[in-house]
Design a protein around this ligand. Structure first.
Ligand SMILES: C[C@H](O)[C@H](O)[C@@H](O)C(=O)CO
Ligand SMILES: [Mn+2]
Length: 423
């Protein structure tokens, strides 16, 4: 480790120690937190089962940056590159369309064997896996409806797909010896005002009951349900609204997934955690950055990211919260997008762990709002960067911006060669 990094750490450590914060202990706890890195940033949500098909379901990726992964092997190679620049051991979040198989398998027929290469790789890399049924970008979702479809045959197709996905998730969990979260998100909704808001919701509820009927060991597998306020082409009404899934999750003991981009533009998920946590056994997060709409921008160190991290730390929610990422930007180097978003998420957690929470809570309890404000503001310029640098060095990943040069080399040597091979 560079001397400068060590010296800066020692100086910062003694400053934090004056407030009773043991930075060595903080770093040990930080190393235990797993972030679920979404595979779909690597190829603009195309997947491999129908990679030339259109991206539908009211989501969109913009940008033409060269070098997107086009095979499972390339995607894994890119993920390995990203993880070599991210401190800690984490998870990869797969969508069903990322099956690694030569078989022309339909979504309602997928089996663990179609993901075996992912499992083998995850074992080798010491990673966990999470899973998602893919209820979009398919001819059977072309009119915008899946689990709430009015046609029982189409509904059955999607129910069978979600059932198959849960079994794959459970297989991941058993094979890797750590819990896999399988998250159900469906795009179902109307572009314009519906007359009947209730019946599609009733159908979605019935479909979910069928999907979740098979009991799976919670040690290895947990279910989650993800709501959304609107999508492109479903601006007026989304069947799986927040109230719908909050009710469903509470009644059926599934995790409720909060995606930072799935609410009104000024509504934040950080303010929901302390409420939901009082009534649930756990929460799934999709950390994202909506800009004006659910635009899925790369996560940066903004106020909301820090506030999410603070809520998790201050209320001891880390043990029961599953932190997933959800963004996709095709206008920049996609590996760099992963690195920036994941490093920021971990860095925000570190910043939150380096705050004098007990002193702040006690100031608030005593009504000393002056102290609360003053201390919060002073801590904004405490040297958390020195602790972060030391953590990166300790975890043997690049310190500060050193990773950018490595990514540029990877871009030249690997990513840009892919596009050339098509010429
Ligand atoms: C790929 C999607 O973004 C993802 O499945 C879902 O979580 C979502 O947020 C849709 O808006
Ligand atoms: Mn999401």
């Amino acid at each position: 480790m560079e001397n400068q990094v060590k010296q800066a750490y020692e100086a910062a450590k003694s400053l934090y120690a004056q407030h009773g914060i043991d930075t060595d202990e903080v770093l040990k706890k930080l190393a235990e937190i797993k972030v679920s890195v979404h595979c779909w940033q690597g190829d603009d949500v195309k997947g491999f089962l129908n990679k030339d098909g259109e991206l539908t379901g009211g989501i969109s990726v913009t940008g033409q940056y060269p070098g997107a992964a086009t095979t499972p092997a390339e995607l894994r190679e890119d993920l390995e590159q990203a993880f070599s620049m991210i401190p800690g051991k984490h998870k990869v979040n797969l969508h069903a369309i990322y099956a690694d198989t030569d078989e022309q398998v339909e979504l309602d027929r997928i089996e663990p064997k179609h993901y075996e290469n992912w499992v083998k790789w995850a074992k080798e890399q010491g990673l966990g896996l999470d899973f998602n049924p893919t209820c979009f970008s398919h001819e059977k979702s072309s009119d915008g409806f899946t689990l709430s479809h009015s046609d029982p045959e189409i509904r059955k197709f999607w129910i069978d797909h979600c059932k198959a996905s849960r079994r794959i998730g459970a297989y991941f969990g058993e094979q890797l010896g750590q819990t896999c979260v399988t998250n159900v998100w469906v795009p179902d909704g109307f572009k314009d005002n519906p007359v009947d808001r209730m019946t599609p919701r009733k159908r979605l509820k019935d479909s979910l009951d069928e999907v979740f009927a098979e009991k799976l060991d919670p040690k290895y597998h947990l279910d989650a349900v993800e709501s959304k306020l609107f999508g492109l082409g479903s601006e007026a009404y989304v069947v799986g609204s927040h109230e719908f899934y909050m009710g469903y999750g509470l009644q059926n003991d599934t995790l409720i997934c909060l995606d930072a981009g799935h609410f009104h533009p000024t509504e934040v998920i950080s303010n929901k955690l302390s409420s939901l946590a009082l009534f649930t056994n756990g929460i799934l997060l999709h950390v994202s950055r909506p800009m004006r709409w659910d635009s899925d921008h790369v996560v940066i160190m903004d106020d909301e990211l820090l506030e999410i991290a603070r809520e998790l730390v201050r209320h001891d929610l880390l043990p029961t919260t599953h932190i997933g990422l959800d963004f996709f930007d095709g206008s920049i180097n996609r590996v760099a997008a992963w690195v920036v978003g994941t490093r920021n998420t971990i860095k925000a957690l570190l910043r939150a762990m380096l705050e004098p929470v007990d002193a702040l809570k006690s100031a608030e309890l005593q009504g000393d709002y002056t102290l609360r404000l003053a201390l919060t503001e002073e801590f904004k310029t405490y040297p958390f960067g020195a602790i972060w640098d030391y953590y990166c060095a300790q975890q043997k990943v690049p310190v500060r911006e050193q990773w950018i040069a490595e990514i540029k080399t990877y871009e030249q040597e690997v990513l840009l060669q892919r596009d050339k091979s098509f010429v």
